[in-house]
Write a new protein. Structure first.
Length: 320
């Protein structure tokens, strides 16, 4: 019997955890030809998420968990889950039930019977999202697909089911600055996409603010494209050419027609404009250097505080 490891990143999910677990175990009981293990990654939650995971472990031996020493972010949680998974297939999904667990049956059927290495999901619409957030999300996918050789599907979710071979390929890239949507596409392998309508959270609130999503999008662009560096270089070249043309025009007007050189306001405007372009170029370069700096330090992607094995030891000691 084949095994599916279900990796579930969690951060302050006390309101959703039991509801989520009830839903996924219901689906697991319907999939009788495969065995499940549920691997929860507690990303340094500040509520009672870890205590609830311990309780789930008492109720169901298929439950495993890893708890971080602090909040390292969802990317670190995904990496930890993939790294600790043992199944023949590995699924990734959020605990907020915005990823319909019922799709797991169709995803497994496709991998077993068709020539695919991964079945991934995407939202058909962004109904329920704020308009400004939807607008910037669409623009992000348009921009990154134009400047990057790695295809990132518009509306792609982290919810997917992968073969062990694909998971091992992703784990072979142990870079510190991770952008999973790009990594899933970069490793290749044959992927089938399933679309579904957007599902609202039934409890709790999203951990992603507009600002954090913008920073995450910037990380994705820097991780999978050098286009910003090229753009800043081109801007520098263009403005050098413009400057030479302007110098030539000023000299010509002064010598031939005797026009006075423009004064203080125009000079200040040009200085501010060119300074802004320079700072933009330095900022772009700084972003790439900062990512390189974090990679060179070679810090661990995450630090474990405890796992279900530590918990099992505690339970044994209590029983004795």
């Amino acid at each position: 019997m084949k095994v599916i490891t279900l990796v579930v990143p969690c951060y302050n999910e006390k309101e959703m955890l039991y509801t989520f677990f009830d839903e996924v175990t219901k689906i697991a009981s319907e999939m009788r030809k495969v065995r499940f293990e549920f691997l929860f990654i507690d990303d340094g939650s500040k509520d009672c998420t870890l205590s609830l995971l311990k309780e789930l472990k008492r109720q169901d031996e298929r439950v495993r968990f890893i708890s971080f020493s602090r909040n390292f972010g969802k990317e670190a949680a995904l990496y930890a889950g993939l790294r600790s998974s043992t199944g023949d297939y590995v699924a990734v999904m959020d605990a907020d039930l915005q990823d319909p667990p019922s799709l797991l049956k169709e995803m497994y059927r496709i991998l077993e019977n068709e020539d695919y290495d991964c079945v991934a999901t995407r939202r058909a619409t962004r109904a329920g999202e704020p308009a400004i957030r939807s607008f910037f999300a669409k623009k992000f996918y348009q921009v990154i697909n134009k400047i990057s050789k790695t295809e990132i599907v518009d509306g792609a979710r982290d919810f997917r089911l992968m073969t062990r071979q694909m998971v091992d390929a992703i784990l072979s890239m142990n870079e510190y600055n991770r952008f999973s949507k790009g990594l899933f596409g970069w490793v290749g392998f044959k992927t089938k996409w399933i679309s579904y309508e957007n599902v609202e959270r039934i409890a709790g609130e999203s951990k992603w603010s507009f600002g954090s999503l913008m920073l995450y999008a910037l990380d994705g662009i820097i991780a999978f494209s050098t286009a910003p560096l090229i753009i800043s270089s081109i801007l520098g070249l263009v403005f050098c050419v413009i400057a030479f043309i302007m110098i030539f025009v000023v000299i010509l007007k002064t010598i031939v027609w005797g026009d006075p050189v423009a004064g203080y306001p125009s000079l200040i405007s040009i200085l501010f404009f060119l300074s802004g372009i320079q700072l933009f170029g330095v900022g772009v370069l700084g972003q790439y250097l900062s990512k390189l700096y974090m990679e060179v330090k070679n810090r661990p992607i995450y630090i474990e505080k405890c796992t279900e094995k530590d918990f099992e030891g505690e339970e044994y000691a209590k029983s004795v």
